[in-house]
Unconditional design. Structure first.
Length: 480
């Protein structure tokens, strides 16, 4: 029985790390596939940080090469490399509904509006940055669920309305003349006080509903608040109400039983109303500076119909911002063109991995290289072992991930092993890993026991005499 006292638990390990050192220019990392998206120019002027709706239906390439949940999908600027914030509202079998934040949505520079969409089901992790898309908003309810997409993460409560498929953009909520959707966390002082924008889409038989029906909040002459309500057989009313008096109201026509876009922007001194196609605008100065102090964030109060895409922002959105929202959301597929699939022309080189650890001086160290190409072949692999030696191979294969590359280290140290993989089209990828080698491996240890002793941690084991071991060195990390 061999015995040895050590002051802490034995730790023998191999530390691995890697970095991809060469990627194809103008391509995001080594994602396998991408498509160009050419978006229309902005209407009426340039916009910054605009959340653009991208809808793609039944795309065979997405269905074949993207993951089932779409988490591998990402978007970049037209340079192919600068990743953009995006949110996926829906993805299944090649159909995508996504919101992409465009840093500079231009009315004149086409390249500023063009994107690349990348996808590769072999990639791990979720590429979305949902809250990043909706900075500047206090709430964004797509109404595919009751959840808010902003970082604030509000949640709506339903007292009647029910989930319904087939909304304007994706799914939505149906209202049946009773109840509402509400968010108490956005009531009163939590509602943007001095400036903001309220917007939503609504569809219903407005003509048959009276003025007691609220689309957003409802009329109440005992408090100061904004609301949208059904009004007459031909109009809806968008209003700011102070105690016992209208500060300002505007009646707007609607498209009955079709989707209408209703928007209010406000400051303490001015209110602006938009409806339907975004062009119907009225602006009025408030005679006395006012702000909402008893606001309720209620949606569809006793309304009959459907409501979708409800947003609340602390920014007064411009008229062309609202017009571009309308145009982009009412017919999203008319706002862009999708290019053909492009395949990554370089080498996809993900990792270098020892077949077993720990690695030992004098033993055969076997490495696998997770490297492949989608076009052409891998013609050359050049490995430097970190001790002054190198090896060359000519696999002439598409995928070398199942191949073994062996080497015998003769000293105990840590070695940076670097591999350069070259393809027949001239593209190259480099990867590396650091390996610690141990001085000796004893074979067939049996009955190894660790337990506390008055002198520290006692380690006991049995080993076959044929191993011919004269003494033992135990390492904790690199320390003897």
């Amino acid at each position: 029985m061999a015995k040895l006292y050590i002051m802490s638990v034995l730790k023998i390990f191999v530390l691995l790390f890697f970095s991809i050192c060469a990627v194809f220019p103008n391509w995001y990392s080594d994602w396998s596939f991408r498509k160009a998206i050419t978006n229309n120019l902005a209407i009426g002027g340039d916009l910054t940080n605009f959340p653009l709706l991208v809808v793609i239906s039944n795309d065979a390439d997405l269905n074949s090469y993207a993951s089932n949940n779409g988490y591998d999908i990402l978007f970049t600027l037209s340079n192919g490399q600068n990743k953009l914030d995006h949110e996926i509202e829906y993805y299944s079998a090649g159909t995508l509904i996504a919101w992409v934040k465009i840093p500079y949505f231009s009315a004149s520079v086409q390249s500023s509006n063009n994107l690349f969409m990348y996808f590769d089901k072999n990639k791990s992790g979720n590429q979305q940055n949902i809250s990043g898309v909706w900075s500047g908003h206090q709430a964004v309810f797509h109404l595919s669920s009751l959840n808010d997409s902003t970082a604030i993460a509000n949640v709506l409560a339903s007292t009647g309305p029910s989930y319904s498929s087939g909304g304007l953009i994706n799914d939505n909520y149906q209202f049946a003349n009773s109840g509402k959707l509400a968010c108490a966390a956005l009531n009163n002082l939590n509602f943007p006080q001095t400036a903001g924008t309220i917007s939503l889409w609504a569809k219903g038989d407005f003509a048959s509903q009276d003025e007691t029906v609220g689309v957003f909040d409802k009329r109440d002459n005992n408090r100061s608040h904004y609301y949208m309500r059904c009004y007459t057989a031909t109009t809806v009313q968008l209003c700011f109400q102070t105690n016992a008096a209208y500060a300002h109201s505007a009646s707007r026509g609607f498209l009955n039983n079709e989707w209408n876009y209703f928007v209010i922007t406000y400051s303490t001194t001015q209110i602006t109303h938009y409806s339907n196609n975004g062009y119907f605008i009225s602006t009025a100065a408030l005679a006395t500076p006012n702000q909402p102090s008893n606001q309720y964030f209620d949606i569809g109060n006793a309304f009959t119909g459907y409501i979708d895409e409800v947003r609340l922002s602390s920014i007064v959105r411009s008229s062309n911002w609202i017009l571009n929202e309308y145009s982009n959301q009412i017919t999203p597929t008319a706002c862009r063109k999708i290019g053909s699939v492009e395949t990554f022309p370089g080498v996809i080189f993900s990792s270098i991995t020892p077949a077993s650890t720990p690695c030992v001086v004098g033993d055969n160290t076997v490495l696998t290289l997770d490297a492949r190409v989608l076009t052409n072949t891998i013609t050359s692999v050049y490995i430097t072992w970190g001790d002054g030696s190198s090896s060359s191979y000519s696999p002439n294969m598409v995928n070398i991930s199942a191949e073994n590359f062996s080497y015998v280290f003769n000293t105990c140290s840590n070695f940076t092993v670097t591999a350069v993989v070259s393809a027949s089209n001239g593209y190259v990828a480099t990867n590396s890993t650091t390996i610690f080698t141990l001085p000796y491996r004893f074979f067939n240890p049996q009955h190894m026991i660790f337990f506390n002793d008055s002198k520290g941690c006692l380690v006991k084991w049995d080993i076959l005499s044929s191993a011919n071991i004269m003494h033992f060195n135990l390492y904790r990390g690199n320390d003897l």
